[in-house]
Design a protein around this ligand. Structure first.
Ligand code: CMC
Length: 392
């Protein structure tokens, strides 16, 4: 008798209050703990932003040093965990490999199983921030058949990750500071985005009082999909497809507008931004700068720019308020830095990690938290009687 409604995709459902990230989608505003993303991108570092998201304030010099030191102490993986990688096929996608490895951390650190034990939550936080870059680098090494490198804790987090990914035991590896800086910036821009699909997944899994590793492992899998983090790989594949078809951008845009099955302008549109995504603005400039610096002349960048111009002046996209999102230009940068397309979404996961951790911790500490348990509107059969198999 009552009025029932539901909200598929949670377009208009608030699941929680949160003090971490503010977005005004119409104005194109993004702030972490009140700080505009533009200021953090210009002045901060990924580790500092991680601290800010997790603990709520920018660290003092001493706090940052202490935090960095703690993370450096935990970059090594248990030798048995390394053997985990042997079980996967060589051409395995690195996202499920990463998710499985993060899930496996619960078995190596069983002190993590109680989500209400503060010192252990702190330890799990540090372990994740320290070990996920190592796990990600090993997922890469596995895919190219090269030996794993131990972390070098004299290096910063991003430098260490680059060395473990691209370095070889027999050769010294010099980290290019431009590359490290570009990656650090991209990690800052991905670090949090309030109640997106993967973060809501982390919260939902965590709401059953599952531990931090389990919740983040689920978040990594939610990020995998092409409508979420997987869009960064999908954009590159789309650009390569356009190039292979002769570079006709207008023709591709027509296919999108005609809603051909499976054809979307990847890297465009957003549930919350109905304006230019502020992260995409910064990334577009960075793509230009880094490609110039590295002397890379990537025709795909020209195709991307033409695609953006064409879409932004087309009624279909204007009426629907579809603008480039964070994933539109990142793939071009990752490609210039030497990462294979399959690996792009792992880089998104590395960036998003502190945001997931911050949300899980906020959720666990919030007295209003209850287990997430949505309702449904049942549309199946009314009651009917069981028929013997001979009568069906
Ligand atoms: N290309 C073509 N049409 C689109 C696109 C697109 N990328 N995005 C939305 N539309 C159309 C959609 O067809 C619909 O049109 P109509 O009203 O005629 O049916 C209208 O715009 C509204 O779209 P929606 O699917 O209801 O919007 P949503 O809020 O459910 O989806 C989205 C948001 C991001 C999933 C979607 O825009 C999309 O699929 N974009 C491409 C994938 C992508 O780039 N994802 C990354 C998102 S940002 C970072 C992240 O989360 O990882």
């Amino acid at each position: 008798t009552g009025y029932i409604t539901y909200d598929p995709g949670f377009v208009n459902t608030g699941s929680t209050s949160s003090a971490i990230t503010y977005i005004d989608g119409d104005a194109g505003i993004l702030r972490y703990r009140g700080y505009p993303i533009e200021q953090l991108a210009e002045n901060s570092s990924f580790l500092e932003v991680s601290y800010l998201l997790i603990y709520g304030e920018l660290p003092t010099q001493e706090q940052l040093e202490d935090f960095t030191q703690k993370i450096n102490r935990h970059t090594l993986l248990h030798e048995d965990l390394k053997r985990f990688f042997d079980g996967f096929p060589r051409d395995a996608h690195p996202m499920p490999v990463l998710s499985s490895a993060v899930s496996a951390l619960s078995t190596f650190y069983q002190d993590s199983l109680n989500p209400f034990d503060e010192p252990n939550v702190e330890l799990s936080t540090v372990r994740l921030l320290a070990k996920v870059p190592t796990l990600a680098a090993y997922a890469y090494k596995k895919s190219v058949g090269q030996p794993f490198l131990y972390p070098d804790n004299s290096l910063g987090l991003v430098e260490n990750f680059l060395r473990m990914t691209f370095g070889l035991p027999a050769e010294p590896y010099e980290v290019d500071p431009d590359i490290a800086k570009a990656l650090d910036l991209l990690f800052i821009l991905h670090a949090d985005h309030e109640q997106n699909c993967s973060t809501s997944t982390v919260r939902l899994v965590g709401s059953s009082e599952a531990n931090l590793f389990a919740s983040i492992s689920a978040g990594i899998m939610a990020l995998f999909g092409p409508l979420h983090g997987g869009a960064n790989s999908a954009v590159l594949e789309m650009l390569q497809g356009i190039k292979a078809d002769g570079g006709d951008v207008a023709q591709f845009v027509n296919r999108v507008k005609n809603k051909e099955q499976g054809v979307r302008l990847m890297g465009f549109g957003h549930r919350v931004y109905k304006n230019y995504d502020p992260r995409a603005k910064i990334i577009k400039t960075t793509a230009d700068q880094i490609l110039n610096k590295l002397g890379v002349n990537d025709h795909l960048l020209d195709i991307a720019k033409t695609l953006e111009e064409t879409a932004l002046s087309d009624d279909y996209f204007v009426e629907r308020k579809l603008y480039p999102n964070v994933d539109f230009y990142t793939g071009l940068i990752y490609r210039a830095l030497g990462f294979p397309t399959k690996f792009f979404t792992v880089l998104f996961a590395l960036g998003r990690l502190p945001g997931w951790i911050a949300h899980w911790r906020e959720m666990i500490q919030d007295p209003a938290t209850k287990i997430g348990r949505p309702r449904q509107i049942y549309t199946g059969e009314k009651q009917r009687d069981y028929l013997a198999i001979s009568e069906r």
